[in-house]
Design a protein around this ligand. Structure first.
Ligand SMILES: CC(C)(COP(=O)(O)OP(=O)(O)OC[C@H]1O[C@@H](n2cnc3c(N)ncnc32)[C@H](O)[C@@H]1OP(=O)(O)O)[C@@H](O)C(=O)NCCC(=O)NCCS
Length: 276
């Protein structure tokens, strides 16, 4: 554990994030208005290292670095409201940037986080749109299968779309929920926050992506569903026809991007803003 005097604040300690920090971390994310449950934090932790800022035994800051092969996603960057603007956020970011090593780093930034991320060298690459609401049954424009097992082929499609190695993470998500497949793509639905989240949605073309999303909405008819979409894929208007409305989003940012081959596979929905 290292002690830091951030000037205006009393000395805080920055320590490696462990499961013991989960209750305090959950309190922080809830106070920030985020819907994560303890299980949602725990899923992220299975692929992450991170840091917690501690003041008088209380968790006042968190930041995680999730490792997916040559890419790291930085996430759950939160500072207690009473301690913002005093350098704690920068300190936490510097620690998780070090954990990322020489990997490409990605994050989805809130408005509040953008100034800090820009100063640290992150550049915007696009918008993520968060849609949520009660799902409406909708016919799929091509056949889909509900209830598949996670396969190596899915991990390969995900890697082709995202550049991330996430086979173990996808297998865990598949166990938590339901996997949908169609010609040219797959999608995973799992409990998250206030209801369910659909993601990832990985597809070769928009028809396959729309079929998977419609299939998930039908599977969950009448229940709360959330989807986080890269805006440039253009599917937000379609998702709105399924009963979901825009409920915010964020700015996708990257640091030290690596060139990636054009594969034709696309990410149409994120696992989460945290995990990309
Ligand atoms: C984003 C957040 C973590 C930042 O934490 P923080 O402790 O307040 O950040 P810091 O005090 O270290 O400030 C970071 C830098 O951003 C700068 N900054 C902050 N707001 C700014 C603004 N509106 N305009 C310009 N610069 C700004 C600060 O001056 C500081 O720069 P410096 O290090 O060069 O002095 C915090 O606001 C937070 O928890 N917000 C709610 C949760 C959230 O949105 N998290 C981001 C998720 S992606």
């Amino acid at each position: 554990m290292t002690r830091h005097d951030t000037g205006a604040t009393a000395a805080i300690e920055i320590t490696s994030f462990t499961e013991d920090h989960l209750p305090g971390a959950l309190a922080l994310s809830q106070a920030a208005g985020w819907p994560h449950r303890r299980e949602d934090w725990a899923l992220g932790l299975t692929v992450s290292q991170g840091v917690a800022a501690i003041e008088n035994g209380r968790v006042v800051g968190t930041a995680l670095c999730s490792l997916h092969g040559r890419v790291a996603t930085l996430n759950m960057i939160i500072v207690d409201q009473s301690m913002r603007g005093q350098g704690v956020g920068r300190l936490l970011m510097e620690k998780i940037i070090a954990l990322a090593g020489d990997r490409e780093m990605r994050l989805v930034g809130t408005e509040q986080g953008l100034p800090l991320y820009r100063k640290l060298g992150f550049a915007p690459t696009g918008r993520i749109v968060q849609l949520q609401g009660l799902a409406r049954a909708t016919p799929s424009e091509q056949p889909i299968c509900v209830g598949a097992e996670a396969t190596e082929a899915m991990a390969a499609m995900d890697h082709a779309a995202s550049g991330m190695e996430r086979a173990a993470l996808l297998a865990r998500i598949a166990e938590m929920g339901v996997t949908l497949t169609t010609e040219g793509g797959f999608a995973m639905l799992r409990p998250f926050g206030r209801g369910h989240v659909l993601g990832p949605v990985i597809a070769r073309d928009k028809a396959a992506a729309r079929a998977l999303i419609a299939g998930a909405a039908t599977h969950l008819t009448g229940q709360f569903l959330r989807i986080d979409l890269p805006e440039e894929q253009g599917l937000a208007p379609f998702v709105e026809t399924l009963g979901l409305s825009r409920a915010g989003g964020g700015t996708a940012m990257v640091h030290s991007p690596r060139p990636r081959p054009e594969t034709g596979w696309q990410t149409h929905a994120l696992i989460s803003q945290a995990l990309g």
